[in-house]
Design a binder for this molecule. Structure first.
Ligand code: C5P
Length: 225
């Protein structure tokens, strides 16, 4: 039987992580947070001061690196990553690392390395993969594909709320600018840009709650069982 893969792509702050995590829990699938892998790669390069525009140096630096995803203990926790066996925790979740991840992820060789790691995990089956290119490039043959979208102002507001809940101070205007800049960078890159797969269901999350989106996705998945 074909391995069961569900992909969820979309821009930053659209609710992908929360929804993917909940969906995986409901179905008994493994959640594959591909963004966490790009963030860990960015951290690894930043730690060693490697210039992203030097593709040769980037490939050399990443070829010996191990990146493992740790299943979150709690449904509300971000994915943690073991980078060369060490937990990175919140270091990959800063606004600075978000932008760095976006820059690093535009390097074709980086995508090549991480896409291969993601497919390896996908081979086990029963995966909810989340990111920017999981439906278009990583798992083009996925059983179900979803593309979540929402107004950028709504997305920035949600992110701000999330950060305030964690006790961080945020400026919503700056956050909106950074979100728009990151989406543009992700959409305009030459390799595996942020894009809806032709066969993906589009769900606008602007006016829907997390649970409403989750139910809409589950309805599609179940209608096929
Ligand atoms: O989803 P998250 O915000 O954690 O992703 C961080 C960055 O990693 C994105 O802005 C994007 O540049 C990159 N990314 C990617 N392809 C993916 C997942 C993430 O290029 N499949």
């Amino acid at each position: 039987p074909p391995v069961e893969v569900i992909t969820i792509d979309g821009p930053a702050g659209v609710g992908k992580s929360t929804i993917s995590r909940k969906l995986a829990a409901r179905l008994g699938y493994t959640y594959l947070d591909t963004g966490a892998m790009y963030r860990a790669a960015a951290l690894s390069l930043a730690n060693r001061g490697i210039d992203c525009s030097d593709e040769h140096a980037v490939v050399g630096a990443l070829s010996g690196v191990t990146i493992e995803l740790l299943p979150a203990a709690d449904e509300n926790d971000d994915t943690d990553v073991l980078l060369n066996g060490e937990r990175v925790g919140a270091l990959i979740r800063t606004p600075e690392m978000s932008m760095r991840a976006s820059t690093v992820s535009a390097v074709p060789a980086v995508r090549c390395i991480l896409t291969e790691m993601q497919r390896e995990i996908g081979r086990r089956g029963k995966i909810v993969a989340e990111g920017r290119d999981t439906g278009t490039v990583v798992f083009p043959g996925a059983r179900h594909k979803f593309f979540l979208d929402a107004d950028s102002v709504v997305r920035a507001r949600r992110r701000a709320l999330q950060m305030r809940e964690r006790g961080e101070t945020v400026d919503e205007k700056t956050l909106l600018e950074m979100t728009v800049r990151r989406d543009r960078q992700d959409s305009e890159r030459a390799v595996a840009p942020l894009k809806k797969a032709d066969d993906a269901w589009v769900i606008d999350t602007s006016t829907r709650s997390i649970d409403q989106v989750l139910e809409a996705i589950l309805a599609v998945v179940r209608s096929d069982e």
